[in-house]
Design a protein around this ligand. Structure first.
Ligand code: SAH
Ligand code: SF4
Ligand code: F3S
Length: 515
């Protein structure tokens, strides 16, 4: 039997990228073959994101294209996975009958069975083709976390030393699923469910196996990664091994870490000490509250933990932060940043900001501008508020900032951030930094920021030389010439020292000091 060609496209965050990697591994083992274009595939899978309307419309337009192929008589099976599947639920099947399989992010371990049922018979029932957590998303009983088959998906990871490109030296490892925060604008607690922490032994083991396969950079993933907390010695185990655990309430973070608990700081220390082959250990996303000095101490004392924090402020106005239910004030955010730089003077800071939240006045917006001017953010992802069905904000606060104003504020803030980035980058000129080389490019390509992405575009007038680009431990992008007489492929995946010679808002320009 020949392999079934499958196309998988991913939208959204790093959590989704990791899910797609796990899905891919799972399907490869079952004999599916991955193809680069949807037209070549008999099975088309979209792993979707619901965080903003824009993310959803991109996926809907792809779903529409597959619908046209099916209407023209092509035999193609369409599966929608991820947060949009969970948020839209069965409603999606009603509105888009071309969708054959629906699978929420909490049910991905069941995907092969769903695809199998749908492929075997057109008469497969809805129950055989749909897996959503539905009202089980907010699991509160520890028992449910233990029975969480999703852990088997994380554990089933393929450790492929032959993986191409960046995948070979960089990997993501989930430490926490879901979120207990309930910021009023955000769908994630509904689509990903309650916070569930993976056992530390599983995480360390996964890191070790990745390192054995040649990975030197690991990014730990969680929505509020510093809320990681695992209580040992509980009776609930699976086959004698520790099992995933529902997170404690937010009040747990006001008390000291008890004996028998692996806190986030202890987890970092364990991975650092037990898997020394990981040369860069990083983590996202940090929640700016409950980020104790214990974590900063471990970051200071462990040389292979990157001194980089992605800790979104979201707004600089206390009134808006309150409406967002972020749980901190501007002064508390500033105090957090000050503490970070006291412990780690060479740290880098990045974040996210939402503009045009309901009721945001010029004064509120100015407060955000002044935050971005005054704190050393190397970059901020800036988003226009997008009302999301099912969230508290859409029910309670009318989306009253006109789109035109959102757009204007977005552009204004981008310009301010650009100055801040330039200032932060300038402090690195003259220093020698270790750079993990990620890829080669043509020096005639110049970076430009489009929305949240950095794109490299060719400039016809510039000289064409081969160049390398990579990142510092602090996630600063460094570009440098390819040393004469060497091949780019030999540098990719290696960490080399570079002297920073100049800087702009988007990147540092350096020179390799060892060639
Ligand atoms: N857990 C992370 C963020 C996850 S979502 C955290 O708390 O920081 C990524 C980013 O998308 C958020 O930081 C926020 O800035 C943005 N975002 C989330 N919901 C949004 C919405 N409804 N409209 C606009 N931006 C949103
Ligand atoms: Fe969403 Fe807030 Fe949770 Fe981040 S912390 S995922 S913004 S609810
Ligand atoms: Fe999007 Fe879900 Fe990630 S909504 S941002 S894919 S957690």
């Amino acid at each position: 039997m020949s392999a079934v060609p499958v196309y998988l496209e991913t939208f959204g965050c790093q959590m989704n990228e990791l899910d797609s990697e796990l899905v891919r591994g799972q399907l490869l083992r079952l004999g599916y073959a991955f193809v680069d274009h949807p037209e070549q595939a008999q099975v088309v899978l979209f792993n979707t994101c619901s965080v903003r309307e824009h993310a959803e419309s991109k996926a809907y337009s792809r779903i529409g294209l597959v619908g046209k192929r099916k209407a023209a008589g092509e035999q193609v099976l369409l599966g929608v996975l991820g947060c949009m599947a969970e948020r839209d639920g069965l409603d999606m099947l009603r509105r888009y009958p071309q969708v054959d399989v629906l699978c929420g992010p909490g049910e991905l371990d069941r995907l092969p069975a769903l695809l199998d049922a749908a492929r075997r018979s057109e008469a497969a029932t809805q129950a055989e083709r749909v897996a959503l957590a539905g009202n089980r998303t907010r699991r509160t009983a520890t028992l449910h976390a233990v029975q969480d088959d999703l852990e088997t998906l994380d554990l089933s990871r393929a450790f492929d030393p032959d993986a191409a490109g960046r995948a070979r030296h960089s990997a993501q490892v989930r430490i926490t699923r879901g979120c207990n925060k309930f910021c009023t604008y955000c769908v994630v607690p509904y689509t990903r469910g309650a916070e569930v922490h993976r056992p530390p032994d599983h995480i360390v083991e996964e890191c070790r196996r990745l390192a054995d396969a040649g990975v030197i950079e690991v990014t730990l993933l969680g929505q509020t990664v510093n809320h990681y907390r695992y209580q040992h010695g509980l009776a609930l185990t699976v086959g004698g091994r520790e099992a995933p655990q529902v997170g404690p309430g937010l009040s747990a973070f006001r008390q000291p870490v008890a004996e028998g608990v692996t806190s986030f700081a202890r987890l970092l220390q364990r991975i650092h000490d037990e898997v020394p082959a990981i040369e860069r250990l990083r983590f996202v996303t940090s929640y700016p509250r409950d980020f104790g000095p214990d974590v900063l101490q471990v970051m200071r004392d462990c040389p292979r933990i990157c001194r980089y924090l992605h800790a979104p402020a979201q707004s600089g106005s206390d009134r808006i932060l309150g409406l967002m239910n972020r749980g901190y004030t501007r002064a508390e955010y500033e105090a957090f940043v000050e503490q970070v730089f006291t412990f780690l003077p060479d740290a880098t800071l990045a974040g996210d900001i939402i503009v045009g939240f309901p009721g945001e006045t010029d004064q509120d917006f100015e407060a955000t501008c002044s935050l971005v001017r005054s704190l050393p953010f190397k970059n901020n992802f800036i988003f226009k508020y997008s009302p999301r069905p099912g969230t508290v904000a859409i029910d309670r606060f009318p989306d009253d900032v006109p789109d035109e104003v959102k757009r204007l504020r977005n552009n204004q803030l981008l310009a301010i951030q650009s100055h801040t980035s330039e200032r932060v980058h300038a402090t690195w000129v003259g220093r020698t930094v270790p750079v993990l080389i990620e890829e080669q490019f043509e020096s005639s390509e110049a970076p430009s920021a489009r929305g949240v992405e950095l794109r490299w575009e060719r400039r016809a007038d510039a000289p064409r030389r081969k160049a390398l680009r990579g990142r510092t431990p602090g996630d600063l992008i460094v570009a440098m010439d390819l040393p004469a007489g060497t091949q780019a492929e030999n540098w990719v995946g290696r960490i080399v020292p570079a002297q920073v010679e100049s800087a702009s808002a988007l990147l540092l320009q350096g020179r390799m000091t060892q060639a």
